[in-house]
Design a protein around this ligand. Structure first.
Ligand SMILES: Cc1cc2nc3c(=O)[nH]c(=O)nc-3n(C[C@H](O)[C@H](O)[C@H](O)COP(=O)(O)O)c2cc1C
Length: 244
């Protein structure tokens, strides 16, 4: 269908195709590796609790999950937030120097970083945080809920400003592209889909409302998070709050 061929997505999929004849001769890009865990110079750290149940029903969560854009004012507990973070990106296994996480990742390269715009979570001040996977803690980046700014950057989707917390996922492209080159973007986007879905199911299991969001102005969100949009760029969001 010629009309489809106009889209960048179509061109990208065509140009990153593998085929059995040429796969061994494919050009390998010279991309330098980068650190697996993102660090900030000496941030204030909020350690996350691990004293929550891990026995919720998967079937109930699959059946019950619906995108929910209406939230109550009541706060999320820090246990609930910790469970959502664990379900999305928590370390669940180890083999030698490799740490495996709750969501799968192409080549175990884990290119996705999680930022949180926290509005209403018990015992955690409103602000922008980064989830430090290795230490299972939050690094505080700035104070004050930036929900209004996030909502504006997400094409004015105002429900984001009413959420208890907005998950903002970015991709450190180099972490994946160092191995997968031209084909890497496919996997980065799959990775973030797995992470988001884990989080959405965990939210449902906790009887929280959540909604994935991919409509946003890239440059505006990157600016809010102080990301350059080249090495690291926002790829997906999700709001979470107490169900109405
Ligand atoms: C990739 C993706 C992007 C989405 N972006 C938005 C968005 O920007 N705003 C929004 O309100 N919902 C968004 N959604 C939620 C969809 O509208 C929703 O999943 C769909 O209507 C099906 O409903 P359900 O999630 O309740 O099953 C998105 C969902 C996906 C998977």
């Amino acid at each position: 269908m010629d009309d489809l061929k106009q889209s960048l997505g179509y061109k990208y999929l065509q140009q990153t195709k593998f085929d059995p004849q040429s796969i061994r001769r494919m050009e390998r890009l010279e991309i330098y590796p980068t650190e697996l865990f993102k660090k900030f110079p000496d941030p204030e750290k909020i350690m996350l609790p691990t004293d929550w149940q891990k026995d919720s029903s998967l079937q109930g969560a699959l059946q019950g999950r619906r995108s929910n854009r209406r939230y109550q004012d009541s706060p999320l507990s820090i246990q609930d937030l910790a469970m959502l973070l664990w379900a999305s990106q928590g370390i669940t296994g180890r083999a030698g120097n490799y740490y495996f996480r709750a969501a799968p990742s192409a080549g175990a390269l884990y290119p996705i970083e999680t930022y949180l715009a926290i509005n209403n979570v018990e015992t955690v001040a409103a602000g922008l945080y980064h989830f430090q996977v290795a230490e299972f803690c939050l690094a505080k980046l700035s104070s004050g809920f930036m929900g209004e700014e996030v909502a504006q950057a997400a094409l004015g989707q105002s429900f984001l400003a009413k959420a208890g917390v907005v998950f903002i996922w970015s991709a450190v492209l180099r972490r994946n592209f160092v191995k997968y080159g031209h084909r890497g973007l496919r996997y980065v986007l799959m990775d973030v889909g797995h992470i988001c879905q884990n989080m959405l199911l965990a939210a449902e299991a906790l009887n929280l409302g959540a909604c994935p969001v991919a409509a946003f102005y890239d440059d505006e969100l990157n600016r809010l998070l102080n990301l350059d949009g080249e090495e690291e760029s926002v790829v997906y969001l999700a709001s979470v709050g107490s169900k109405q």
